[in-house]
Ligand binder design. Structure first.
Ligand code: ADP
Length: 172
């Protein structure tokens, strides 16, 4: 049997995806917030909040795991992206670290299908093009170790950006 290796770019709500793990763009408290974090906590239910309390926070660039509770995904990987300042505060290295930490944690738990939001590109203000390049490069680096990697964009405009970035980084 051959394994389907693929990176899929979707537009939609990450909380609805039936995958082994969804990634949350959390803040360092891990206790919920706005944007995708708020949506994931609302969909997963209050047990997620109780569980996240036991994780004792997470540093920027690192990742921690919880069950999915009431979302269809079995697990949630919480990572903390950098707040964009001006690009000279290790933002790129920290964003890369978010993707790597999330993938490595997923591998430890035999996750085969995983979906990511565009980490740091909402309230944290990371420029979308630069963030997409980092996200897609990490996905290409790990694609052979997963059955399916989904970039879950929240707008069609973001999805178009991801598609062109994927094409450019794959070399046409
Ligand atoms: P950050 O604080 O890391 O910037 P945000 O949640 O503010 O996190 O935004 C990260 C990205 O997640 C943005 O592109 C935003 O449009 C997107 N987003 C918000 N809600 C959802 C959702 N339910 N599913 C997928 N992506 C979402």
């Amino acid at each position: 049997m051959t394994t389907a290796l693929m990176i899929e770019i979707l537009t939609g709500d990450i909380t609805k995806l039936e995958v082994d793990a969804i990634v949350n763009a959390a803040n360092s408290t891990l206790l919920g917030g706005g944007g995708v974090d708020g949506a994931i906590h609302a969909a997963a239910g209050p047990l997620l909040h109780d569980y996240c309390r036991t994780l004792k926070g997470c540093r920027c660039g690192e990742a921690k795991l919880s069950p999915g509770f009431d979302v269809p995904a079995r697990r949630i990987i919480h990572t903390v992206g950098p707040v964009w300042k001006d690009g000279t505060h290790y933002e790129a290295a920290l964003l890369k670290a978010c993707y790597r930490s999330s993938f490595e944690l997923a591998l430890q738990y035999q996750v085969r299908t995983i979906a990511f939001p565009a980490i740091s590109t909402g309230a944290y203000g990371y420029p979308k093009q630069e963030a997409a390049e980092i996200a897609v490069a990490a996905m290409l680096e790990y694609q052979h170790r997963f059955e399916q990697i989904i970039a879950c964009c929240f707008s069609e405009r973001d999805a178009v950006l991801y598609r062109s970035t994927l094409q450019a980084l794959r070399g046409g």
